[in-house]
Design a protein around this ligand. Structure first.
Ligand SMILES: Cc1cc2nc3c(=O)[nH]c(=O)nc-3n(C[C@H](O)[C@H](O)[C@H](O)COP(=O)(O)O)c2cc1C
Length: 170
């Protein structure tokens, strides 16, 4: 039987949740059990270390929100090489998330199996939003989410980083 996936997510304006739902759909189609959990309603100390863990969050101010960092910082250490992957959504540039997050998780004993940043519109901008462009961007982002989910299933996903740059920004 496949290892179940616990997908912990936070989404401010909905983009990240769209990506999470699309990825969950792909995982379920492949026969995996997927459980979605809101980060803000979950105690890190109580998560299962036997399942595969997914983390999903938006980029904000070239990092992410404190509620997400609090959740991550309080994740328990694991002696089981618990597999973990991340996905974030962003408008353009995250800088200080992917690399530092990998370092934190590896120090706690997790096996970091994949990281992906997905471009999405900024729903918060007070400028004239072009709905057609936004729809296209969301469509492209969701295709990227699908492809990423498939790569996790195939075991070809990677958690890359740009060490110096991301550490400096972090
Ligand atoms: C307060 C705020 C700060 C943001 N900061 C960044 C940023 O630093 N870099 C970036 O590329 N996008 C940034 N964005 C865009 C969001 O990351 C992007 O729209 C994301 O998909 C939002 O996800 P959500 O709908 O799940 O909250 C920001 C958006 C908001 C509302």
């Amino acid at each position: 039987m496949k290892t179940p996936i616990d997908f912990y997510w936070f989404s401010g304006t909905g983009n990240t949740l769209l990506a999470v739902n699309r990825m969950a759909e792909i995982f379920r189609k492949s026969g995996s059990e997927v459980f979605l959990h809101k980060i803000e309603k979950t105690k890190s100390e109580e998560i299962s270390l036997d399942n595969i863990i997914g983390l999903a969050f938006p980029v904000a101010y070239q990092s992410t929100y404190p509620v997400v960092w609090n959740f991550i910082n309080k994740l328990p250490k694991t002696g089981k090489e618990t597999r973990i992957f991340m996905v974030d959504t962003l408008m353009a540039f995250s800088g200080g998330v992917v690399g530092p997050l990998r370092a934190i998780l590896q120090k706690k004993g997790y096996r970091t199996i994949g990281a992906k940043e997905i471009s999405m519109p900024n729903n918060f901008l007070p400028v004239k939003v072009n709905p057609d462009n936004n729809r296209k961007k969301v469509g492209k982002g969701l295709l990227a989410a699908e492809e990423y989910a498939h790569s996790i299933l195939r075991g070809t996903s990677r958690w890359g980083r740009i060490p110096l740059l991301s550490d400096l920004i972090f």
